[in-house]
Ligand binder design. Structure first.
Ligand SMILES: Nc1ncnc2c1ncn2[C@@H]1O[C@H](COP(=O)(O)OP(=O)(O)OP(=O)(O)O)[C@@H](O)[C@H]1O
Ligand SMILES: [Mg+2]
Length: 589
């Protein structure tokens, strides 16, 4: 029937037709069968779950478990619409902790496929149920045998519904989607053993492990990448969050490797993915993203999982609190421990250093950079201790100045010059380090601004201004205190505002200053990072600034010691070329 043709007679669809249409929302493709069957196995308390598909899952989608199993009566009821053992009324949704709760999945599977279940509640006595497709065929139950648990198998999906079958993708694509669902579930439940078989070929085997990090490494990453993973936990009112996060070594160019799980379900939640990105800002090169997963465990009364037919979305009562816990937890973690950086993994691991070599730079022009350099030299930044470095070691005392752990000691780096007006060259051991002087200085200042209150200077003539919006006013009112620790003293002055102090070395014009301060509104919770990035960018030595040999050497060494050698925008601060690579390039070896 076409649009516009007269739909005079409204008819109620026969129940089985209505059911098949509704079932299409729950079981929209083979992967949905896998998802629902695995959910049931997890709810049944299984410790081993085996998934097997044939023909992309459309020919056969099967999940076996060693969970509670079902006796004959329960088995017969399991496939009826709205039949569930998990809730008794809508109110129970506030406390339900199982993945299932609607009593719809098996009934939907029967509506669109042939379903076979072999189940045993005690081991020994077992029952086989055969049902569907559709309701025309009677449910048949017979005696069977198997150990405790269930095997649930859907055969010939959509065979009786050609209108839907034609929308299935190629076998390979459907198989990939099934495997993705399998991986999602395996990631969410590391303490369960999972196995995946495709067309009789074993594909994945993930033995039970005790940490999310280990399972993430096994199920989502390539071999050897797992060592760059970190795991931390944060919590708030009514929720806790496990965070698995990869170091900068694992960066990706898209966000596909960022997973969000809420109470064991993978959900699409861009705001929580953003929280991860916020929390790790400055640790990853521009345009790249971390890999990792958010495992949110939330009191069911503070979340609604019943807003998407496939439970792919959830609504939270206080998403801001979760966002904040994640981003601030990650930020603290990055700051305190420093994600492992290239420098730490290099044979040139620096375990201690001496600040005696610091000398004043001899810059030819400019003021902001010179001031900052002086400030840097007067008061070098505190760094997070590197792995293996004792807490009590005092900087500036230990000898040798540079020592490599488990590696030869190479003595002092040698300043070999500056090229293209920006790259400081240091020869050290059998490597040449090429250091971006602006990026290096920017990062050093950035870390320092974030690790201690920003030094400020009183203004002889305060800057007075009025804002253009009430939002700006309330922003300034709310952030006055925080701005003070960032070197900006700002107070209400009649209808407007008065700035009486700014960070030392501040060199912007008044309108630019006001603009920079108001633009912090866009930074959300990351005002300190944004401000530190602005300050360090303005105050760092620039391309073309000429540093004398002593200052260049000092800056270069500081750069090589950075726990996280990336500029605040994420660019690497230095790169290296080995003698061997140079020898090879000119065919000496
Ligand atoms: N593998 C299994 N082991 C034990 N019992 C199971 C298994 N699969 C299903 N059941 C039982 O069958 C019932 C119906 O399963 P079904 O998946 O249709 O609904 P549900 O899990 O309760 O809710 P939802 O539709 O949200 O998944 C479950 O409540 C459970 O009691
Ligand atoms: Mg279910």
């Amino acid at each position: 029937m076409r649009i516009g043709e007269c739909l005079r007679d409204i008819m109620v669809l026969p129940p089985q037709e209505a059911r098949r249409i509704a079932a299409g929302e729950v079981i929209d493709r083979p992967a949905a069968l896998i998802r629902e069957f695995i959910d049931n196995a997890i709810d049944a308390g299984a410790s081993v779950i085996e998934v097997s598909i044939e023909g992309g899952g459309a020919k056969k989608a099967e999940v076996s478990d060693n969970g509670s199993g079902m006796d004959r009566d329960n088995l017969e009821r399991a496939v009826l619409p709205h039949a569930t053992s998990k809730i008794r009324s809508l109110d129970d949704l506030d406390t339900v902790e199982t993945l299932g709760f609607r009593g719809e999945a098996l009934a939907a599977a029967v509506a669109v496929a042939r379903l076979e279940i072999i189940s045993s509640a005690a081991g020994g006595e077992a029952w086989r149920l055969e049902a569907g497709p559709g309701e025309e065929r009677p449910v048949h139950v017979s005696a069977a045998s198997r150990t405790r648990g269930s095997t649930v198998r859907a055969l010939s999906l959509y065979e009786s519904i050609p209108a839907r079958k034609k929308f299935l993708k190629r076998e390979g694509s459907e198989a990939l989607l099934c495997r993705q669902v399998f991986i999602d579930k395996a990631l969410a439940f590391p303490d369960i053993t999972f196995r995946f078989t495709q067309d009789a070929r074993p594909k994945d085997f993930f033995p039970a492990v005790s940490s999310k990090k280990e399972r993430f490494a096994a199920a989502a990453l390539d071999t050897n990448e797992g060592k760059f993973l970190h795991e931390i936990g944060v919590s708030g009112e009514g929720f806790s969050v496990g965070l698995v996060i990869g170091g900068p070594e694992l960066f990706r160019t898209d966000k596909r490797m960022l997973y969000v799980f809420a109470n064991g379900r993978r959900i699409q939640d861009y705001s929580l993915i953003n929280a991860v990105e916020y929390g790790t800002q400055g640790w990853f090169p521009n345009g790249t993203h971390p890999v990792g997963a958010v495992y949110l465990d939330i009191d069911p009364s503070l979340a609604d999982f019943n807003i998407h037919p496939a439970k792919r979305e959830a609504r939270f009562k206080d998403p801001g609190a979760i966002h904040h816990a994640i981003s601030s937890g990650l930020r603290d973690f990055c700051r305190r421990h420093g994600l492992k950086s290239g420098a730490e993994q290099s044979a040139f691991r620096i375990t201690n250093y001496n600040t005696d070599w610091l000398t004043l730079p001899n810059r030819h022009e400019g003021t902001g950079g010179a001031l900052a350099m002086k400030a840097l030299l007067d008061n070098p930044p505190e760094f997070a201790p590197l792995p293996g470095q004792g807490q009590n070691e005092t900087r500036g005392e230990a000898q040798p100045v540079f020592a490599a752990e488990d590696a030869p000691v190479y003595g002092e780096p040698r300043y070999a010059g500056t090229v293209f007006g920006v790259f400081i060259l240091l020869e050290w051991g059998d490597k040449l380090f090429i250091i971006d002087q602006h990026a290096a200085h920017e990062r050093i200042l950035y870390d320092r601004f974030l690790s201690q209150p920003v030094p400020r200077q009183e203004l002889l003539v305060p800057v007075s201004f009025t804002t253009e919006s009430a939002e700006d006013d309330s922003f300034l009112e709310a952030k006055k205190q925080e701005l003070a620790t960032l070197g900006v003293i700002i107070e209400k002055d009649g209808n407007g505002w008065r700035i009486s102090a700014l960070p030392s070395g501040w060199s912007l014009t008044d309108p630019q200053t006001v603009k920079e301060i108001l633009s912090l509104r866009e930074a959300g919770e990351n005002i300190a990072e944004r401000w530190a990035a602005t300050l360090s960018c303005h105050q760092a030595v620039r391309d073309g600034d000429q540093l004398d040999a002593g200052a260049a050497l000092c800056l270069g060494k500081e750069a090589l010691m950075l726990p996280q050698p990336r500029c605040p925008h994420g660019r690497p601060v230095w790169t290296e070329v080995s003698r061997e690579a140079l020898y090879k390039a000119v065919r000496r070896i």
